[in-house]
Design a protein around this ligand. Structure first.
Ligand SMILES: Cc1cc2nc3c(=O)[nH]c(=O)nc-3n(C[C@H](O)[C@H](O)[C@H](O)COP(=O)(O)OP(=O)(O)OC[C@H]3O[C@@H](n4cnc5c(N)ncnc54)[C@H](O)[C@@H]3O)c2cc1C
Ligand code: FES
Length: 253
């Protein structure tokens, strides 16, 4: 884990107000794994005091990418950074996805901005494995397909793809999931991850999810990001240190 000053190299805004920032950060680019995250200081002043966490979206050579939308003050400040600006980054943090293992097909399941970690996941999955991406959003404006592979889409209001949730989309395409040995990699809102947990356990699919919660330190000191463990009653894991990626069987969702 390092604190470094990255340099903003490229700035892209997708159609639906999604920002992609390419940041020169060789020390982090060299070691960060898919599903790990960065805790970023969004301003040079003491406001806002806390860093903001972002998944690593991709890594190319010496640069890392992040993807976000404007949510509150912190993301607004980050969005307004200019090419050449320094960005104070703490990372890599947390545990990422386990991409190795005995599966033939990787199933990506992403809801809204849960798409953020998957360009790097897809880049790092062994090229011999099949990859299918199941992408959901509330409306067509929330569907993010940036650098995804073999895409299926659902929206809650039916404005794009199947009308329904990502779980409905997986059920609709269950033939793909039952063809080979699959592993599901997911990120999205907690209700989606909770439904996905039930779906994967019912169907005996191995499934890892990237979880989210409000964070402060980002590395296990403040105890501010608990998630309940399934292994012992009233025992908690920390999203920042033990996660953010967990096997669905290990946490209460
Ligand atoms: C491990 C991890 C990875 C993340 N990766 C991404 C990513 O790749 N792209 C992305 O766009 N966002 C990501 N997020 C969420 C992102 O960190 C928040 O959107 C960001 O911190 C919001 O900052 P802000 O200053 O704009 O909003 P704030 O003003 O801080 O937030 C506004 C309100 O939202 C609440 N809030 C803030 N963050 C969260 C949260 N994570 N969960 C629940 N409530 C929250 C605050 O308490 C506040 O009430 C991630 C979060 C975590 C924990
Ligand atoms: S954010 Fe401080 S312990 Fe997780």
């Amino acid at each position: 884990m390092f604190i470094i000053k990255g340099i903003l190299k490229e700035d892209k805004e997708l159609e639906n107000n999604i920002f992609i920032k390419k940041i020169y950060a060789p020390r982090i680019a060299e070691i960060i794994k898919p599903g790990q995250f960065l805790n970023i200081r969004v301003s040079d002043t003491i406001y806002p005091l806390l860093r903001r966490p972002f998944s690593v979206c991709d890594v190319v050579d010496d640069c890392i990418y992040i993807m976000f939308n404007i949510y509150g003050e912190g993301t607004k400040m980050l969005a307004h950074k200019k090419i050449g600006d320094e960005i104070d980054i703490l990372g890599p943090l947390g545990n990422g996805f386990n991409l190795s293992g005995d599966y033939d097909t990787a199933i990506i399941a992403a809801g809204g901005l849960g798409a953020a970690p998957f360009p790097y996941v897809i880049r790092k999955i062994n090229e011999k494995k099949n990859i299918y991406s199941f992408i959901g959003g509330r409306t067509d404006k929330d569907v993010i397909t940036y650098n995804m592979k073999n895409i299926f889409i659902s929206t809650d209001d039916g404005s794009m793809g199947l009308k329904g949730t990502v779980i409905d989309l997986l059920i609709e395409n269950i033939g793909i999931l039952k063809k080979d040995k699959v592993k599901i990699f997911a990120c999205g809102p907690i209700p989606m991850l909770s439904a996905l947990k039930d779906f994967s356990i019912e169907n005996n699919f191995d499934c890892e999810v990237s979880t989210e919660c409000a964070m402060a330190c980002g590395f296990g000191i403040c105890q501010g990001c608990p998630i309940e463990s399934t292994h012992q009653k009233e025992s908690y894991l920390l999203v920042c240190k033990d996660g953010p990626v967990f096997n669905v069987k290990d946490v209460v969702l």
